[in-house]
Write a protein that binds this ligand. Structure first.
Ligand SMILES: [Zn+2]
Length: 212
């Protein structure tokens, strides 16, 4: 991506989970998560096509530590679909924590993908739930609209952005992560593991300043 590059009509920016609960003061705050807002807003203004994702859990969701007696947030358990990190209650449907950050400005976004709404399955990726089989419908939306290059930004770099970008690549889209428009939770070196994994899959990490 060269300096001054313009985004084309078949490019789409997917803003992952820019929600109150993932920002400082929220229930599952990503450190310095709010710092991305002005970067994301400038980036969004350069794209004709923008999609938002929204973590959207029912009360008592199975990814919440509070749903598992004796378990604490950030412990890992085995679910029917595999390993699952347990989180504090967050992004509960129709609560302020689930709302987009009030400073997020992407009025031209055409789609909001809500994920994690099945009580029994978490969903990090914008494309597939954590059973890795149940689709959200986003692949179909992008294909039907002829969107082939997918740029990702948002929260958190090492979970929902990572899984979304990896699934986009596996589905045959050209995928890119705008890393300075993301922030990481960084559990057990997960940010560096994310860079390694994205690189291995052919997903470049870019910086928003490259587009300035
Ligand atoms: Zn969640």
């Amino acid at each position: 991506m060269s300096e001054g590059a313009k985004f084309e009509d078949d490019d789409v920016l997917i803003l992952v989970d820019v929600q109150n609960d993932f920002c400082p003061g929220g229930a599952l705050a990503v450190p310095r998560g709010d710092e991305i807002i002005p970067i994301v807003n400038r980036l969004a203004a350069r794209f004709r096509n923008v999609v938002l994702t929204q973590d959207w859990h029912p009360h008592g969701h199975s990814s919440f530590a509070s749903s598992h007696p004796g378990k604490r947030p950030f412990e890992t358990i085995v679910m029917p679909y595999g390993q699952q990190i347990l989180w504090p209650d967050h992004c509960v449907q129709s609560t302020p924590g689930a709302e987009f950050h009030p400073a997020l400005h992407a009025p031209h976004a055409t789609l909001i993908v809500r994920k994690g709404f099945d009580r029994a399955i978490d969903s990090y990726s914008a494309f597939y739930e954590n059973d890795r089989k149940t689709p959200t419908g986003l692949v179909g939306y992008l294909r039907e609209r002829g969107l082939s290059r997918v740029f990702f930004a948002g929260l958190a770099f090492d979970f929902c952005v990572r899984y979304s970008a990896e699934d986009a690549r596996r589905e045959g889209f050209d995928a890119f992560v705008v890393e300075d428009a993301c922030r990481a939770i960084d559990m057990d070196n997960s940010a560096e593991a994310t860079r390694v994994s994205l690189s291995a899959l052919g997903v470049p990490c870019l910086h928003a300043r490259e587009f300035a």
